[in-house]
Design a protein. Structure first.
Length: 290
């Protein structure tokens, strides 16, 4: 993606990616029926217009669906990656068989998607489902979105590593195993290192992960009180590190949730990892066809 060019350069990058797939499978692929694109938001999924994504400044009120339809002559559907990932999990992943799904993608940020009866819930303007920017502490750190105390500012991958580094700076002796993984340099600590060190019993890493579990428990308790979903699915780059703590999160839910049956809700790891965007794009096409 050419995010810092002009709108035409961004479109050309999308076309190059699509053409590469088509050219590589031309001999054994039937004529395509549609194209699904996971695009950065904010966007309007009804009109296919990308509005003003912070990380893709080349597109401002850009009619992406219409422009791609002109090139390929088929229906083009766009949505943000978390919505599309949730739909893919409903179609073919961990959400199969469930009607009401809440899906969270935890990685460099926290994105969420809501699927009700097989359809993405978009809200009035298409902006629904921004659960990662739900504030759990109005005095908390400022999120990249500008709001204070979003769950993303506490529990996304970079936030986990940042808190571990702060603890090491205060008491490095307590985090010997974590510091060793970082070759003795606090600034080198990554989220993946925190997970590995936690598994060995490193006190700083364990404390960091225990805090993360509490933050996620507070947040998911709020989501359950709001949505009462049939299932909660967690995906993204940090999901593998979090999955051993799912049972502990469910154990803590009653503290943060008024729903007396909150612990009946399964908390599952997403099926799709790095391929969530591709599966999501395909799922968007199936939604249009019913």
């Amino acid at each position: 993606m050419v995010s810092d060019g002009d709108a035409a350069a961004g479109l050309a990058a999308v076309r190059t990616a699509i053409d590469a797939v088509l050219d590589g499978n031309r001999s054994n692929t039937p004529a395509i029926q549609g194209i699904g694109i996971c695009a950065p938001g904010p966007l309007d999924p009804t009109t296919g217009v990308v509005i003003n994504p912070p990380n893709v400044p080349c597109w401002r009120n850009f009619p992406l669906s219409r422009e791609v339809e002109k090139i390929y002559g088929v229906k083009v559907v766009i949505d943000n990656d978390a919505n599309a990932a949730a739909l893919a999990e409903h179609r073919w992943g961990a959400g199969q068989g469930y009607r009401q799904i809440f899906c969270a993608t935890v990685g460099t940020g926290i994105g969420t998607g809501i699927v009700f009866d097989g359809r993405i819930y978009h809200g009035r303007t298409g902006a629904a489902g921004e659960g990662g920017h739900n504030t759990i502490d109005f005095r908390g750190p400022r999120c990249g979105c500008g709001k204070p105390g979003c769950i993303e500012a506490f529990a996304c991958g970079p936030a986990i590593a940042r808190r571990a580094r702060a603890k090491l700076a205060e008491q490095s002796a307590r985090g010997a195993a974590l510091l060793q993984l970082a070759a003795g340099e606090i600034d080198n600590v990554t989220t993946e290192m925190v997970g590995r060190a936690c598994a060995t019993g490193d006190p700083v890493a364990k404390e960091t992960m225990d805090e993360t579990v509490e933050f996620l428990s507070i947040w998911l308790g709020n989501m359950i009180d709001l949505l009462d979903p049939d299932v909660i699915i967690i995906g993204g780059g940090v999901a593998g590190m979090l999955s051993p703590f799912f049972a502990e999160i469910r154990k803590r839910l009653p503290k943060w949730c008024i729903n007396s049956r909150c612990q009946e809700i399964p908390l599952l790891k997403a099926r799709y990892g790095a391929e969530a965007g591709i599966a999501g794009g395909a799922a968007l096409c199936t939604q249009q066809s019913g």
